[in-house]
Design a protein around this ligand. Structure first.
Ligand code: DX5
Ligand code: ZN
Length: 229
């Protein structure tokens, strides 16, 4: 996939119907999703549990766009190969998940997949400075990771602006994850984010039987973000 900084909407399937992932993925893609965001949680780094590698492998054939796997797990390194083999197009690991994020990013790249580094709300932008020549994406969390449907933490907007300045003309995406909706998407888009994760704001009101609602939600978030550029 060639690099571009246009706004990409990445619905988080954490807000999908857990009994129906295949159809949910097909529905959001048919309704305009650019990427599919998969939230992996371990009940240790974050207080919630979600998808192991076999679940991600089962999602893979349904994803025709780009499977963006957000690992909220510690340790990370022992599981990178399994998530790459499950079919991730990009694997994002948290800087807070261990002492050796540089090694973790090297291990992700060694699998031949794109690599992202995620920052929790309290982690400063400067923490990614010496990773910028190796990552494909910086993920700025605008909630504390673990659950969908939380309130957007506004200090993330300034952090996105700083990361955008640090990146310069390198081909690195900036993703924002947590509380993104029609009100907050313009703030982060104007600050320089190009990949917007949205769980509740995409899935609210819709279902595989009413997928057009997903489309309305995706278009509304995209339009709000683009209007701020
Ligand atoms: C939070 C996850 C997010 C979350 C976003 O730990 O990483 O991807 O599902 O959900 P909303 O958009 O509802 O805040
Ligand atoms: Zn996420």
């Amino acid at each position: 996939m060639s690099f571009d900084r246009s706004i990409k909407i990445a619905p988080s399937i954490l807000s999908a119907d857990f009994a129906n992932f295949g159809q949910e993925i097909q529905a959001i893609e048919a309704q305009g999703a650019d990427w599919v965001h998969v939230d992996v949680m371990d009940g240790h780094f974050v207080p919630n549990l979600t998808f192991g590698p076999p679940a991600v492998k089962a999602f893979r054939p349904h994803v025709k766009t780009f499977m963006d796997v957000h690992l909220m797990i510690a340790p990370v390194d022992p599981y990178i190969e399994a998530y790459a083999e499950a079919g991730a197009d990009m694997i994002t690991a948290h800087i807070e998940a261990g002492p050796h994020i540089h090694r973790t990013i090297q291990a992700i790249k060694a699998q031949g997949v794109k690599a992202g580094v995620a920052l929790n709300p309290a982690t400063p932008a400067e923490a990614v400075e010496y990773l910028l020549d190796m990552v494909d994406m910086v993920l700025v969390m605008t909630v504390n990771p673990g659950f969908g449907g939380q309130k957007f933490i506004h200090s993330g907007v300034e952090k996105v602006r700083k990361v955008r300045q640090m990146i310069g003309d390198r081909e690195i995406h900036i993703q924002v994850d947590g509380g993104v909706d029609v009100n907050t998407a313009p703030l982060v888009a104007a600050a320089g984010a190009d990949s917007l994760v949205a769980g509740s704001a995409v899935f609210k009101g819709g279902s595989v039987h009413a997928p057009e609602v997903y489309g309305e939600n995706i278009r509304a978030i995209r339009a709000a973000a683009n209007a701020a550029l």
